[in-house]
Unconditional design. Sequence first.
Length: 112
Amino acid sequence: MRYAALRAVIDRAVTLGLADSVSITEIRTDGLVTRVATDPDTAQADESQYQLGEGPCVDCAGKVAANVIVSANTAQDARWPRWGAIAAERGCAAVISCQRRAKNDPLVLTES
């Protein structure tokens, strides 16, 4: 499995009760891509961010000068008016996104 280590990290975060769902976004020269997600709704919420150009992963990837982005209520967060409604529909009520690097390649870890 190509991303077995990443899968183990996100599955462990859920098992430990740190989040209900987790995804890891890779920042590439051609855009953002979700490498692993704990479930299809989380992967779709990520994809919506990339398509809309707004959301915590987009912000953490460089749109906003921050390594950690927090939202306690995605449906009402003014930073992402379109994405927040989509995320809330998919069960993503709150998020924490943080940028981390692996071998100098940035990854964005999002927990909801």
